[in-house]
Design a binder for this molecule. Structure first.
Ligand SMILES: [Zn+2]
Length: 435
């Protein structure tokens, strides 16, 4: 057995011995038993506990916690919970594709996000009750979450062993929507609506998705039921929950929710709401991304890979010295972009400005940029020009902000030089202080 494999068992045994032996003594004894005897690991553990003066029954002492007791530091976590939501995600581990699941657990004390890092051993869906053992907890953005790794198990339970979490419905502004929230009451105007047919484990389902907004911001939503939604309608959703989808928090609601149509003048008109939702970078970090956000910030750095760049025709990756990281020497296709760092005093994020917007900033197109680079015999000349235009410049940017392990990234759909409106600025700062 390798060290990292044996470590959790040493902890189990040490815990069961309740101070009767040190970790070192346990390790020595355990190794002796593992070498000498042809016993199963469970039998070995029982024997070691007995040998060192403990009660083997204590090996199975409960480490079970309620959802609201989890702090994010637990190493050997057990819980019984209801699956509030569960989703599949494809990731790459050391170049190999892998399917993991993530979602939200709930019990009568609260809800908590979880990630299952190993394939499902039995089909599980929303509403199922599970018994989780040997999980561990970590924190993400200061909030605890449950991880079920290779040592962990998640087993379906029969019946209603776990009482449902009955949170008093909470009213929430779009700006405050965050992953893991549930039982939300939220009012918004539908800016954009699309009907899709999606394949689920229970066959085809109709999905109505789009963007909703109030004066504080916008949110992507998915309605898993035909509520008769129409574009431009003002609705109140009672019973929504939030999960992250492609790095952006998304409001979901289904047949368990109620949706009421409200008077049209409950919220400002559509074109006004399109421009709503200026968010500070710290708000975006707390929220974990946003759809169609507006950010006022200053460009503090422009990274290499900005200006006139060349992309691999196979995979679109940026080519360095005519070579793609994956496809080797290639005939790169020219493109223009900016990859920079924005700071608004509350935090920083990475911004990508795509070709169309970069051309607007430069005042000329790709062909002229190529000509200029040829004339000066330097591709870096375009990046230099962009630096002159953008560095230390107050900007208003609009686009989707995603959040992943590398932090926040804004894909700018619109970039404007910002004329500072003192009154608006003062109001924004006041809002920020009140939060
Ligand atoms: Zn390539």
């Amino acid at each position: 057995m390798k060290n990292e494999e044996i470590a959790p068992h040493i902890e189990d045994i040490t815990r069961a011995l309740k101070g009767k032996a040190s970790k070192e003594e346990v390790e020595q004894e355990l190794e002796k038993w593992l070498e000498k005897y042809g016993l199963s690991l469970t039998e070995v553990k029982r024997s070691v506990v007995k040998k060192l003066g403990g009660d083997p029954q204590d090996l199975f002492a409960r480490t079970e916690k309620k959802v609201n007791e989890i702090t994010g530091t637990e190493k050997n976590l057990e819980l019984k919970a209801r699956i509030v939501s569960i989703n599949e995600k494809k990731i790459e581990v050391e170049g190999e594709p892998k399917t993991i699941h993530y979602g939200i657990f709930g019990d009568d004390t609260g809800t908590i996000p979880f990630t299952l890092w190993e394939p499902l051993t039995e089909p599980l869906e929303k509403g199922d009750t599970v018994h989780v053992i040997n999980a561990y907890a970590t924190t993400w953005n200061d909030k605890p979450q449950v991880n079920i790794g290779s040592r962990g198990r998640m087993k379906m339970l029969e019946g209603d062993e776990v009482p449902e979490f009955k949170r008093t419905p909470q009213r929430c502004d779009m700006r405050d929507v965050r992953e893991g929230m549930s039982n939300l009451i939220i009012t918004g105007r539908i800016l954009d609506l699309e009907k899709k047919i999606v394949q689920t484990e229970n066959g085809e389902k109709e999905l109505y998705s789009g963007i909703m907004a109030d004066e504080t911001g916008k949110v992507q939503f998915s309605a898993w039921h035909d509520f008769g939604l129409k574009e431009d309608m003002v609705i109140e959703v009672n019973g929504g929950y939030v999960r992250s989808w492609r790095g952006i928090p998304q409001l979901s609601f289904d047949e368990n929710a109620t949706v009421d149509k409200l008077e049209d003048d409950t919220l400002p008109p559509k074109d006004e709401l399109e421009e709503s939702g200026i968010m500070t970078i710290s708000q975006l970090a707390r929220r974990g991304g946003a759809v169609d956000a507006i950010v006022d910030a200053v460009m503090i750095d422009i990274k290499s890979g900005s200006g006139l760049i060349f992309r691999c025709p196979e995979c679109n990756r940026v080519v360095q010295k005519s070579a793609c990281r994956i496809h080797g020497k290639v005939d790169g296709e020219p493109d223009l972009r900016v990859k920079g760092i924005l700071d608004d005093g509350t935090g920083a994020l990475t911004v990508i400005i795509t070709r169309e917007q970069t051309e607007k900033i430069l005042g000329y197109g790709l062909d002229e940029a190529m000509q200029l680079a040829r004339d000066r015999m330097d591709h870096g000349v375009i990046k230099d020009e962009l630096e002159d235009h953008l560095i230390a410049q107050p900007l208003r940017l609009k686009g989707n902000v995603t959040c992943d392990d590398y932090g926040l990234m804004l894909i700018a759909r619109e970039v404007k030089e910002k004329k500072i409106n003192m009154e608006e600025e003062a109001r924004r700062l006041l809002d920020e202080v009140r939060v």
